[in-house]
Design a protein around this ligand. Structure first.
Ligand code: T5A
Length: 205
């Protein structure tokens, strides 16, 4: 559909996806590829503003429907402003989280109906899907420990919640094994990146 490639990173808190996204961006740029890294929610001014609302600890009253729609709103804007134009231009676009996050966090974690999330997702993304997704699987307590003591609104949720999110990701990976690569997040940064590099090379060759 596009000249470019769309690669996403997913996983629960502190699983190492931001680290690996940055490694991949540097690797691709050193190779001379046209590559960019964005994050979700965020990536453009409007979506970064929505991110602030979503992660603000003061917003304790936010319900799961509002939360789901705000993640979708942030996504709709970055898809239109950055994702589609970059993929049309031929860029390898690396994205730290995408629609799978809403399925895992708001669907499996908060109990929003997954089919409803998928149809809202289709509307927000205009049907854009990742070519490849890396899911870094890590024990949720270890992930939160790695993140340190500063917590945002979502990170402050219970261990039970974060375990449901992790199981959601495992289910997504089981259902879509061609697109979603499950990676053991307990390995070293370098080991993990070697596997990612191989998979990406196979995609872009
Ligand atoms: N969210 C998001 C939803 O609920 N629904 C949605 O639809 C979307 C899109 C923001 C929050 O919003 C939620 C999920 C989040 O709660 P975020 O900004 O991606 O999302 O927040 P985090 O998941 O918290 O991202 P972080 O950048 O904080 O964590 P990462 O990316 O998982 O981990 P990273 O790479 O920063 O690593 C954490 C620490 O571990 C070390 C790193 O150096 C760092 O100190 N580390 C390792 N240590 C040992 N071994 C390794 N292999 C390591 N790799 C990294």
């Amino acid at each position: 559909m596009f000249k470019g490639k769309f690669i996403t990173f997913e996983g629960s808190e502190g699983c190492g996806k931001s680290t690996q996204s940055r490694f991949l961006l540097e690797y691709l740029q050193k190779k001379g590829c046209s590559a960019k890294l964005i994050r979700e929610p965020g990536g453009v001014v409007i979506s970064e503003k929505v991110r602030e609302i979503l992660l603000d600890k003061a917003n304790t009253a936010m319900n799961k429907e509002c939360e789901t729609l705000l993640y979708m709103a942030a996504r709709a804007q970055v898809v239109e402003e950055v994702i589609i134009p970059e993929l049309e231009r031929g860029t390898i676009l690396v994205c730290d989280r995408f629609l799978d996050s809403t399925v895992a966090y708001q669907g499996y974690g908060c109990g929003v109906e997954v089919e409803a999330i998928k149809s809202m997702g289709l509307f927000a993304t205009k049907g854009v899907q990742p070519d490849l997704t890396f899911f870094l699987d890590l024990d949720t307590e270890e992930g939160l420990r790695r993140r340190g003591t500063e917590r945002d609104r979502i990170e402050l949720r219970s261990k039970e919640y974060h375990d449901k999110v992790r199981r959601g990701y495992q289910e997504i990976a089981r259902k879509e094994p061609k697109r979603v690569i499950l990676i053991d997040g307990t390995r070293t940064r370098e080991d993990i990146f070697n596997e990612i590099k191989e998979r990406v090379e196979a995609l872009i060759k």
